[in-house]
Design a protein around this ligand. Structure first.
Ligand code: GAP
Length: 515
């Protein structure tokens, strides 16, 4: 097992041990690719939602939110193209009987060559320090050039398969590239087949085709079908956006990476309606702003990269992913799509209702174009959790596991400890709790030695712990201990609230977006 795989395993078991993520219906041995969030997980998840909602809705006068139903009229999915085209190419290995996404097999090979290039670049960076010129190195280093031309070759062949929807050619490419099943080690592959990812169910008590409905595979369609309702009732003028956070469901072919690829997950999506012809500039605008939103969390700028799609989804004329360096490599975290007027035009056609915008400046009626930003809440959660997980060796030889979660997202902001259970210390600690709990998630603990209490808080990412001791009774101060540095200092009880505000308020993150 590689160091990264081992580290990822530790993150997964830590998530369970400390109440972040549990397997769904675990007492029945679980349900594949479905997970529940525990007492700390739900807090982290809510904070991520809040950060997104504030950045998108509260900070933009021209973006409003909705909360649409999961069940929608079945024609929605015919119109959107999901019934006919929301497919993934699947392939089975006949020896191991394992199922894979054919496109992922090819993309993973490309990622291997990219990782080789990155390794060479990092080595050279260390060697040449300030004199290192990455662009020049990429152009001249023979290893990098060879690997890059291999990537270009694979991508070109892969794009031809995608453009022509040619599944036979995709299988041939897998064979030509000598891609083998990681379990059996053989290339004894079946043909590539398309597999529709939507879950269907029946509505009402009579089972017939007419009653077949789908669990939504994206939240976006709930926004499109409400476009005119919101535009008219909110008197919205182009450009404007509609945002939504909610569940989506996909019958994923392969679901093996914890909460990275789930069958039931949550999306945070925003559709930005623009005048036709301006979509390119808004697409670039949202690509840049969404990257800023991620980087503001301070989880390392070099952990993010853009990935432009070779073949955008059936509804888009341009698409890029923001990728994050997960423990298993750079993978998609968010998608930015220029969706043209595809969805609204299709809903016009299938519903026979006009979904036009009246432009009072030009006196024209037209179907707006749309730029979409779509980030998976669970993937955001995994990016925060995996980035935060740190094992440290301390000066005294002991070890600790600490979750360095950005303080604004931490499930618990402050732990309050009385040094002992007597002498009136618990009473003072509870008074502090009673005051601060209106604004912050606080946790009171009086069991065990202080050191053990600190470790438990480190393990769930609590940025601050305070200890009420005998001195507190005399001068109304407490010891504050910082999670990351483990530094301790005395602070007046009355200053605690402003200290917490300064260190954990989301405002600090949001202000960076305006910079
Ligand atoms: N409305 C556009 C849309 O749904 P997408 O690229 O298919 O686009 C958007 O999905 C985001 O949703 C992805 O970037 C990812 O973060 C998240 N996502 C997609 N499928 C997922 C899954 N099976 N499990 C968890 N998150 C998923």
């Amino acid at each position: 097992m590689s160091a990264e795989e081992n580290n990822f395993k530790k993150v997964v078991s830590h998530a369970k041990e400390y109440g972040f993520v549990f397997q769904s219906s675990e007492i029945y041995d679980g349900l594949q690719a479905v997970y529940d969030y525990g007492q700390n997980g739900v807090e982290l998840k809510n904070n991520i939602k809040k950060y997104w909602w504030m950045a998108m809705v509260q900070m933009h006068e021209n973006i409003v939110g909705v909360d649409s139903a999961i069940f929608m009229h079945p024609t929605t999915w015919k119109a959107s193209g999901h019934v006919d085209a929301f497919n993934d190419p699947l392939i089975d290995n006949k020896d191991s009987k394992k199922r894979y996404r054919a496109d992922h097999l090819i993309e993973n090979l490309v990622a291997k060559y990219e990782a080789k290039i990155e390794k060479d670049i990092n080595k050279a960076k260390k060697k040449f320090a300030d004199d290192f010129d990455e662009a020049q190195f990429r152009e001249t280093n023979p290893n990098v050039k060879r690997n890059q031309s291999k990537i270009d070759e694979i991508n070109a062949a892969f794009k031809t398969c995608l453009d022509n929807d040619d599944l036979e050619a995709m299988k041939q490419l897998i064979l030509d590239l000598k891609i083998v099943c990681p379990i059996s080690g053989t290339s004894n592959w079946t043909d590539v087949k398309q597999f529709n990812l939507m879950f269907s169910t029946e509505m009402g008590s009579v089972a017939s085709d007419a009653n077949t409905i789908y669990l939504r595979p994206e939240t976006a369609q709930g926004i499109f079908v409400n476009y005119l309702n919101v535009q008219k009732t909110g008197r919205m003028k182009l450009p404007f956006g509609i945002a939504q956070i909610g569940k989506a469901f996909r019958n994923e072919i392969v679901a093996r990476q914890f909460i990275f690829r789930m069958r039931e997950f949550e999306q945070m999506e925003m559709q930005f309606f623009v005048k036709p012809g301006t979509q390119k500039e808004w697409y670039e605008y949202w690509k840049t702003l969404r990257m800023k939103w991620h980087k503001a969390l301070g989880m390392g700028d070099n952990n993010y990269q853009y990935h432009d799609h070779l073949k955008p989804a059936h509804y888009a004329d341009a698409a890029a992913d923001i990728e994050f360096r997960f423990p298993f490599g750079f993978k998609e975290l968010e998608g930015i799509h220029s969706r043209t007027n595809f969805d609204l035009s299709k809903h016009e056609e299938f519903s026979n209702k006009k979904l036009r915008y009246h432009d009072s400046e030009t006196n024209e009626n037209y179907v707006p174009y749309v730029v979409e930003t779509s980030v998976g809440l669970d993937r955001m959660f995994l990016s925060v959790l995996s980035n935060a997980y740190t094992e440290e060796k301390l000066e005294d030889g002991s070890e600790r596991v600490v979750l360095r979660i950005p303080p604004a997202l931490a499930p618990i902001k402050l732990a309050v400890f009385p040094l002992t259970k007597k002498d009136g210390l618990p009473e003072v600690a509870k008074e502090i709790m009673a005051e601060l709990k209106f604004d912050y998630n606080c946790l009171y603990e009086e069991k065990d030695a202080i050191g053990r209490r600190y470790r438990r808080m480190d393990a769930i990412g609590t940025p601050f712990c305070i200890t009420v001791d005998h001195q507190s009774l005399e001068d109304k101060t407490v010891t504050i201990r910082y999670r990351d540095s483990m530094k301790q200092e005395r602070i007046a009880i009355e200053e605690l609230s402003s200290k917490l505000d300064q260190e954990t308020n989301m405002k600090n993150l949001l202000k960076q977006l305006n910079a």
